[in-house]
Design a protein around this ligand. Sequence first.
Ligand SMILES: *Cc1c(COP(=O)(O)O)cnc(C)c1O
Length: 367
Amino acid sequence: MILCANPKAQYLAHKAGIDAAIQRVLENGRYVLGPEVAAFEAEFAAYIGAGHAVGVANGTDAIAIALKALGIGPGDEVITTAHTAVATVAAIELSGASAVFADIERDYFTLDPAKVEQMISPKTKAIVAVHIYGQPAALDELQAIAKRHGLRLVEDCAQCHGARYGEKRLGSIGDIACFSSYPTKNLGALGDGGAIVTSDAELAQRCKLIREYGWAERYVSHIPGQNSRLDELQAAVLRVKLAALDADNQKRADIAARYDRALAGAGLVLPKRRPNTSHVFHLYVLRSQKRDALLESLKQAEVGALIHYPVPVHRQKAYAGRVRGGESLPETERAALEVLSLPMYPELTNDEVDRVVSAVKRFTESA
Ligand SMILES: *Cc1c(COP(=O)(O)O)cnc(C)c1O
């Protein structure tokens, strides 16, 4: 079976460094919010090209805390996409705000700026732009809309560690950016983890307070907070993987190029790249009118293709019928019927990629 993502292969590829980092933490004796977290925060902020990073427990918390730190909560609306991990929408509601859906661009699967502008109401306070699959959203246009209407722009960077928008890294462009280090992400931990990045020192400080009970000093809460601390073990692992992130993303790009070459002309819609940006291929997502049959055929061939995501958020029982904007999302609906993710992780060998390609072609040539 060729897996779609393979965190164990990532561990084995970086085993010596990870084992040493874990041993260092075990012997240091600090296990949450210690020197490894502080070092990871400094290294990650520098990597993204932003002033500050705040380590948190997971990507969902990162978004919820970022919104709270921006002063967004009950009575406010936050516009986002329904073509995303449920976590994006769950996080908006965790902040107390209401999510509002806008449709996506067909070519890039990210928020359509014109559709976002149509959904703005007097209650709108922010846009959460999701850089889905490792592909940058239309940030110039979204930033212009945010400016025009006095909104905050939050980047959901859970799938795009290291991607560039022009010369800048994603995560350094919006008011604040939120990362997940769930094990399968481009910068994945060996458990849950996340980070918030911003160049606004005051905002970063508010995130730090909210992360731990609003504590300005131990046992003294200045604002209401929660517990979303990052472990030392995860921070130490993330430091090892951060040093390898650009090389790992290059491997993903090489695999994507190999898929592109081999599958050109097979009657599939292959991933497009937004001009002047880099796509870090968290996922390699193609479109097919015969998606369900293709998925079944790949399963028979022991190729672990997956659907990201089979049920758009506005169609899920938890959200259906109660989120503004969910009534009309034709591109989101269409994407959910057509997308299919081929195996993609840095350690995938050329031989495995070629086996995936053969299985896809066996289907497209017979169908
Ligand atoms: C993974 C993911 C999240 C949430 O991250 P967790 O660490 O699982 O909470 C948020 N948004 C997107 C787009 C994701 O892919």
